[in-house]
Every structure is written in structure tokens, then in C-alpha cells.
Design a protein around this ligand. Sequence first.
Ligand SMILES: [Mg+2]
Length: 173
Amino acid sequence: MLKLVIPNMYVPSIYNIDILALQDQGMKSIIIDLDNTLVEATQPEATPELIEWLRNIQSMGFKVIVVSNNSKARVSHFCYPLDVPFIYTAKKPLSQAFRKALKLLGTERHETVVIGDQLLTDVLGGNRMGLYTILVVPMSETEGFFTRINRRVERFIFRWMKKNGYFRWEEKH
Ligand SMILES: [Mg+2]
């Protein structure tokens, strides 16, 4: 059971992900979370740094889709200017949105990456589908009620991960 919430990779931020290495592993597409993964949850629009990152991975041939549990208003406002497809009110970790994303991307499970900042939504959902999961440290601490509850559970899992050598850099958890 614990294995389902353990990511394949854990990095400080999306900017620390070695995209070339993912490509070498045969990965072709990325399902990515929005809040606290791409930008802080309170940030309504993409930053120039993020826009450059997205353009870069797309120019490498990666297909990207944003899959968020947040509302239509939040997700569409953020994604429209980026010209990136998106799924809102995704209800992660349930499989439905992941299945829909795979269909839209047109890639197989073994060549699809999930990136997000939460173990109990992004990582659990991705692992259940047999996708390659990457956890990032959340960009900010401002979060809703359910996210705060999830964070408490995460702390227990983090302790286990730390004991088992999942952290390869010095961090604050
Ligand atoms: Mg998030």
C-alpha cells in the first residue's frame, strides 16, 4: 500500500527535472499538476520562467497536459494563454482524469510521466495507473482545508521515505 504513494523521483522543483534523462528512458508525455507545482497556488498566471520551461520541453517533442483538481475558472484562465490542453476538477487520485489525459496525449502508460506536489493526489493517482511519478516540493504553503489534511498524512510518509533514502538533497521536511 505504501508503495502506491512513493514517487519514482523526488526533486525540489520542476526546474530540477532532467528532461533529457526522461526522454532517454522512453518518456514521451507529461501530465502535470497546476497549483504549487507550476506556480504558487495564489499566482493566477504563468511566470516567464515557466513559459520558457514549457516551450523547451515541447520543443524536445514532449506532449504536455495540465491536470488539476482546481476549478474551471482557475485552470482555464491559467492554461489558455499557454496553449496547453488541460483538465479541471480532475478529482485526483481517481483514475478517470488520468485516463482522459492519456487519451488526449495519445501515449501509453509506460511512456507517460506525472508531475505534482502531492503524494495523495498526484503520486497516488499516477502510481495506480502505472505511470512514472515525480514529486516536487510545493511552491507555497497557502492551501485549502483538504490539502492541509493531506499534508499531515504526507508527513508520515515523508518520514518513511527519508529513512529509506529517498531524499538525495538536503531539505526541510
Ligand atoms: Mg498541487
